[in-house]
Ligand binder design. Sequence first.
Ligand SMILES: [Zn+2]
Length: 505
Amino acid sequence: MKLIFAFLFSWISLIFQSDSGIQPKKITDKWFPEPDIVINTPAFQKKSGFTNHREMMSFLENLKLEHPQEINIEWIGESQKGKSMPLVRIKTSNKTKLKVWLQGGLHGDEPASTEGILYLISEIFKPENKDLLNHFEWAIVPMANIDGYENHDRYAANGLDLNRDQTKLMIQESISLKKALCQFEPDLALDFHEFRPYRKDFLEMGTAGLGSAYDVMILNSSNLNVPQNQREITQNYFVNPLMEQLSSLGYRVHDYFTTDTHLNFLYLSQGSSNARSSATSFALTGAISTLFEIRGVGLGRTSFKRRTHSTFLCAKSYLESAVKHTDEILEALNHPSDNNMVVIKTQNDQNDQRVLMVDLFTKDTTSIILPTKDAKNLVATKQRKIPQYYLVHPSAKAIIDRLSWFQLSHDTFASAQTLTIESYQLKESCEPSPIEFEGVYRQDCDYDVVSQTINLPAGTLRFPVNQRKGRILLEILEPDVPNSLMSYQVLNANQYPVLPYYRLP
Ligand SMILES: [Zn+2]
């Protein structure tokens, strides 16, 4: 009987999934009630659907009419379908202390990110937020993936994921975003998303399935090539206060996790150190950075005000923390902790995590304990000495393009030079993976680092590691790091048994 009921229940859930999402109203009312606030952004002016590009632009243009001196709208590029990508620049005072980058809509089916940012832009002009407004110079991309957003689709128009493209930079929107962000050089860089609470794995649990009970998950980078003082400041001055603040307002919060299965065995994967995604990429280019996941994908318009408010609260808490700790932030970003080693490979911690779920059958919350691969606590298993410079042969165009999009400081040899450098030599022939990942066939190859004296031509580019964005060089150029340019076959490994770029110790 119980089984038949559960079966009927999942059918009913599926029928209602299309317009109101999968979640029964009883659960929404009990665990995810709407906050008692008024939000006047475009999606809240209509009964269904979300803000489109045209509505966003007219919202922004109206705000600009109200604040013509402070707001500037720049165009940083075009979507694949030819829609202009706006960057909202705000500067009200000449005494700004910090630069902040905010972006939403990188995944097109995560609408509370864009809506929350639009809400924030209108709120910061209210008199009570004047100090906050004046403290920062702002650069805001409310809708990063316009084509995806208008289709309510996670991916860009060519089917690729903009948040797997932060090192390989093969999607035109990613290149525009990376150039704009790296030119702006933010101190604080925040990326807003939504997550799917009713993952397939969870729906197979319990009588009628479970879903995540969290309103917000927080993903700050644990990548060991991000300076330690920068990671500590992010955790202690930003993540911890936000967690306390959200909890005190009745919003449930957890470190970011996702699920995976191994041999039919479900486990959690917590945290992330992947430079292919925003939080780590932004941190490696010298910003205090976090990716926020709001509970939303698959819910339609359910709890949309709560989700938009959650986005807003995350941003506001981080901005207030930044005001409070401005000196410490600047000190850490300008004097990153020394690390003589570049971390090539790491190992996750293994532990058990208790997570809070909602039960679709009982309509109550329940906690479950799952084995966890925890990337929040990484141990380095392979390292090599940090070089002082990377030297790039002028023929390596695909590499030079990407370094130029990151806008890294460098100089260029005016004449040929003979130097003792370290080259990367392929240990044995290395075949790319037969399985396509994000438009490429990845390669995971082993290299020897060999000291040799060579002649480098005029036009060779020299990039110092010791610069604000210098840590990104380690992750994109060391070929055996997980998200390096070589791992994405920006150059084919077998065609370059010796790589056309070098380390200068
Ligand atoms: Zn996302």
